[in-house]
Design a protein around this ligand. Structure first.
Ligand code: PLP
Length: 417
């Protein structure tokens, strides 16, 4: 029996259902743990795809959700606004650097990035700059699974490479992390800068591309190059936003203000789907005109869902009231010490930590599923991918829970490499 036939009505994500083992069934979540339907409990090392920064079922978030459900679970956002969205937009713009002040809500990271791309291209068109419709992104990058975003993901290594020519052709370069790659990008922009609407990048860490870290200085180079060539800088903070790299937003570490920022994942503390694309004043102003066609023609049915906005406001309360960034620093220090033991294992290429992201990179990883099963047997939820075994725990994880995760990684790698 294959997973495809065992689960006759489900189509699972990122899964070859002919060969993939059956997924485990989750029944309940609390703090940093997931209880399975068979009664086993797992310590979650990845906070549900990097979202559950306060742990699961935080009482403050639950309370906000219940209150909003009683008042108004949903209402359309066309020709109508509501307090949870007004408050959230104000609070996000207060938290973001510079004049990033116009918030457009959507419901997933991919769509937030689609909107960012659309805003950037239309920003140029609204000003009569017709030839500037290309997007430039970087090898190792990942920005989502929609057609336009697949076209700006890593074309060679990325999971979307099968699509090839079916995607709009964009410009993919090396991140300018060395003098050589910086010079190459400068040369490319001198030639093709006039075709480009926006440069798109993840700040400090390319997550799904393999947890690849780069220095804040790289973002400073990109800011300067965008200014020199009248290109918008779009920063995808969908993974990094809300403390994950040690500052509230990763771009703060470079001291730059992007023209457009995309947020999702931990925006609601991992409780409900919500995303936001936030533009600077000058970007928004390029859409103001007597011409109705100059407006942003986008409007997902469930945009700014009041439940999701209320929960996001509650999540921001927790960042104000509880010492999240201190917790990130403590997690960072503990992972740096404890994951170091993996460095001397045969088959381990690198161990690195940035904020609450801990990575053990292997030379090769032929059977990630076998490792995943071994982790489950140890009572932890760790999901290796590519050549990477990584931790992105909730910021509220206890030191003991974190130690269980790091020692499980050491043990499982020792047994399997
Ligand atoms: N951008 C980045 C940096 C991401 O890490 C992800 C998801 O992992 C996305 C975009 C896509 O977000 P979503 O899965 O919510 O569409």
């Amino acid at each position: 029996m294959t997973t495809a036939s065992n689960l006759p009505h489900l189509w699972l994500p990122y899964s070859q259902m002919q060969t993939a083992p059956m997924p485990v069934e989750a029944a309940a979540t609390s703090g940093s743990t997931i209880t399975l339907a068979d009664g086993r409990t797992l310590i979650d090392g990845i906070a549900s795809w990097w979202t559950a920064c306060h742990g699961y079922n935080h009482p403050h978030i639950r309370q906000a959700l219940i209150q909003q459900a009683e008042a108004m679970p949903h209402v359309m956002f066309g020709g109508m606004v509501h307090q949870p969205a007004l408050t959230l937009a104000q609070r996000l713009s207060d938290r973001l650097p510079g004049d990033l002040e116009r918030v457009f809500f959507t419901d997933s990271g991919s769509v937030a990035m689609e909107v960012a791309a659309k805003m950037a291209i239309q920003y140029q068109l609204n000003q009569g700059r017709e030839g500037r419709h290309k997007l430039l992104s970087f090898r190792g990058g990942y920005h989502g699974d929609t057609l336009a975003m697949m076209a700006v993901c890593d074309p060679e290594e990325g999971m979307h490479r099968l699509f090839g020519d079916a995607l709009p052709q964009q410009i993919i370069a090396d991140l300018p992390t060395t003098p050589e790659t910086l010079a190459a990008l400068e040369a490319l922009l001198s030639k093709r800068g006039h075709e480009i609407a926006a440069i798109i990048t993840e700040p400090l860490v390319q997550g799904a591309g393999g947890m690849l870290f780069h220095e804040p200085e790289t973002l400073c180079h990109l800011r300067r190059l965008c200014d020199d060539h009248d290109i918008l800088l779009v920063i995808d903070e969908i993974f990094t936003g809300f403390g994950r790299t040690g500052t509230f937003f990763a771009c703060e570490q470079a001291g730059i203000t992007p023209d457009i920022v995309a947020l999702s994942k931990a925006l609601t503390g991992g409780t409900l789907p919500l995303a936001a694309t936030i533009a600077r004043k000058h970007v928004f102003e390029a859409f103001l005109s007597d011409d109705p066609l100059h407006a942003l023609m986008h409007g997902p049915t469930f945009m700014a869902n009041p439940l999701a906005c209320a929960v996001a406001n509650a999540s921001l309360d927790l960042f104000d009231q509880e010492p999240r960034l201190e917790q990130v620093r403590a997690i960072s220090a503990q992972m740096t010490t404890e994951l170091e033991a993996c460095r001397s294992l045969p088959g381990v290429r690198d161990v690195r930590v940035l904020g609450a992201i801990g990575v053990v990179e292997l030379d090769t990883l032929d059977d990630p599923e076998a490792l995943k099963r071994a982790f489950i047997e140890k009572g932890v939820w760790v999901r290796p991918f590519r050549r990477i075994v990584y931790l992105t725990p909730a910021f509220t994880i206890t030191p003991d829970e974190l130690s269980t995760l790091t020692s499980s990684i050491h043990q499982v790698l020792k047994d399997h490499l």
